[in-house]
Design a protein around this ligand. Structure first.
Ligand code: SAM
Ligand code: SF4
Length: 366
């Protein structure tokens, strides 16, 4: 950790002569500010574009066992860090976020289920006053083994990433031959728990139409939302991106032409537009980060497994808040979160092929 009050990964933002980075002339409030500056503790977070931030996405590890071709095609590189946020640090973090209006926390990664204490993490977040929803995003590898304990810990929602209904394609895309087991485990979830299930699938030109037809069949009698995520370019996946990126309207045009109706999003919801049909129990969703005005309704902040705040998934830097977490300094954390509000970016720059410091999404979750 740096001796300075903030640590950001991008050197060009950092002013070595100042106690905190100066960005566009703005200097965020210092971490560890005296208690009399912490009077704003209960004011909800609202950024410079009047967006209320009620949703925290928390990465608990950047390690992943899968090798998804669009994310970690060569698998996780290097040694898994041994200084991931501890459960007490996560407890402090979430209490601080709850004090500034966070209602929903999503646990993500890397692959969050590889952490041995994931059940304790779910429980800790669920027991935090003010948090209404605990969600997790997972590749589902450990779903069957841990479903009962996740439910007992209080998990409300689970998003499973499943990029194909075809076992051979699933294997090609992830490096794992586990599709039949995953499908069986998701059916067990649907029949034995009240955890709300969504499936995430990356939208690729090659598989889009086949996935859509199979997804429509899948949600006919299942209370599941199957969501396509538009493929986002990062510095690690440019070749595949240019070969496979498809626009969301290849899916949404088909849905509209076949009687599916879009729904309004709730204020704590994710960015998907969901479509329903009177003859189908489940829904089809679309997350389209390249669509116009996608960022207008951004309601989230992200924290990495090392305790760094990312104000936008594709920002140029991040901000170290670990000192607050290590010292159980909730007042300082609340102050610091407020100080970020004027500098949360208005939107990403993916249209300029600029994904900031996000080389792949396992760094902090999609
Ligand atoms: N390992 C977990 C999983 O796969 O669900 C959580 C982390 S993963 C990075 C979160 C989501 O990001 C997954 O649904 C994945 O498909 C999505 N994702 C990864 N790379 C992406 C990319 N380049 N464009 C769009 N979505 C991506
Ligand atoms: Fe792992 Fe998720 Fe990335 Fe696939 S998308 S490599 S499961 S982090």
């Amino acid at each position: 950790m740096s001796d300075n009050n903030f640590e950001i990964d991008n050197a060009q933002w950092y002013s070595p002569t100042s106690a905190s980075p100066i960005i566009d002339g703005y200097r965020p409030m210092m971490i560890g500010a005296p208690a009399d500056q912490a009077d704003e503790s209960y004011r909800p977070l609202t950024d410079g574009f009047a967006r209320r931030l009620t949703y925290l996405r928390l990465s608990i590890t950047d390690f992943c066992n899968f090798r998804c071709e669009y994310c970690l095609p060569n698998g996780y590189q290097g040694k898994r860090p041994d200084d991931e946020l501890s459960v007490p640090e996560i407890a402090t973090l979430v209490r601080g976020f709850a004090q500034v209006g966070t209602k929903k926390v999503r646990i993500t990664g890397g692959e969050p289920s590889i952490r041995r204490d994931v059940v304790e993490i779910i429980k800790t977040i669920k027991q935090t006053k003010g948090i209404e929803t605990v969600a997790m995003t997972s590749n589902g590898y450990k779903l069957g083994k841990h479903l009962a304990s996740w439910q007992a810990a209080g998990l409300d929602q689970l998003n499973i990433s499943m990029d194909s209904f075809d076992a051979a394609t699933f294997y090609k895309m992830t490096g794992f031959n586990t599709l039949p087991q995953l499908l069986a485990d998701m059916d067990t979830l649907l029949t034995t728990t009240d955890i709300k299930l969504k499936i995430n699938s990356i939208l690729m030109a090659e598989t889009a139409f086949e996935n859509l037809i199979q997804a429509i069949d899948y949600v006919k009698d299942r209370a599941v939302t199957y969501r396509f995520i538009e493929f986002m370019q990062t510095s690690d996946n440019s070749d595949l991106f240019f070969a496979q990126h498809a626009q969301s309207d290849i899916i949404t045009d088909y849905l509209l032409e076949h009687g599916w109706q879009p729904h309004q999003r709730g204020s704590a919801d994710g960015p998907a537009v969901e479509y329903s049909h009177p003859n189908y129990v489940g829904r089809i969703g679309m997350i389209a980060p390249y669509a116009a005005h996608f960022c207008d309704t951004c309601n989230r902040l992200r924290v990495s497994s090392q305790g760094k705040v990312h104000l936008c998934l594709f920002d140029q830097g991040n901000y170290d808040i670990r000192q607050h977490l290590q010292q159980n300094d909730i007042a300082g954390l609340v102050n610091t979160l407020h100080s970020f509000m004027p500098i949360k970016p208005e939107h990403h720059h993916l249209h300029d092929s600029n994904s900031g410091i996000m080389h792949n999404l396992s760094i902090i979750g999609g």
